[in-house]
Design a protein around this ligand. Sequence first.
Ligand code: ADP
Ligand code: MG
Length: 214
Amino acid sequence: MNVLTEHETKKILSRYGIPVTKENIAESEDEALAIAMHIGAPVVMKISSPDISHKSDVGGVVLNVGIADVRTTYNNIILRIRKVVPDARIEGVLVQQMAPSGHEIIVGLKEDAQFGHALMFGLGGIFVEVYKDVSFRVTPIDKKEALRMISEIKGYPILRGIRGKKPADIDAISDVLVKVSDLAEKENIIELDINPLIVNESGAVAVDARAMLG
Ligand code: ADP
Ligand code: MG
C-alpha cells in the first residue's frame, strides 16, 4: 500500500486530463520565491510530507500569499510543522496557483471488493460532512451518467446558482467525473480523493488530492 502526497496524486490526475493547479515543490525559501514568481502571485503554500495527509489541521496551509511574504511563509510553515509534528518527514513546501473562488466539490473513488470501484460526488464542507449529500456510481461511467450523478444530489440547485452565487460549470464537473472513472479502470487505485475541486462558471480545478495505490 502506497499513500501519495498531494503533488504526486495531481501528477496522475494530470495524465488523465483532469485540470490541477500549477505548482511545484520548494526545498528552500529561494526556490519558493522562484516558483511563486513563475506561477504569479498570490499563491497558496502547503507543507509537503508523506506523513501529513490533513495539512490544514496542523497549520500546513497558507492561502493568498503575496510575493513579499513568500520567504517568511516558507520558513513559518517549516518551523510550525517541525514543532507540531516533529517526526514528520518534510519534502518541502508546495507552492501553487491560487484558484479563483467558486463552488467546492468532492470527488472520491474507493476500491470495492465486490463491484470494482465506487465513484462518489458531493458538495464540499457541511454538505458532505453533516448532510451526507452525495451520489455514488460503480465505474466505469459515461458523460450522461456523470450528469445524472451530479443532478441527483439535494444540493444540485446550489450548483445551478441561487442567492447571488454564480452557477457552476456542470459540464466541467462531469468531465472530471468521467476522467476519474477512466483512471479507476487503468490505475491500481485503492482510494482517491479530490477535496476540493473548485468550480466556477467556466471550469474546474483540483486544488487538493490524495491517493492510495495498491
Ligand atoms: P487539507 O489537507 O487540510 O485538506 P487543502 O489543500 O484541501 O488542505 O486546503 C484547505 C482548504 O484551502 C481547501 O479546502 C480550500 O478551501 C483551500 N485551498 C487549498 N488550496 C487552494 C488553492 N490552490 N486555491 C484556492 N483555495 C485553496
Ligand atoms: Mg483538502
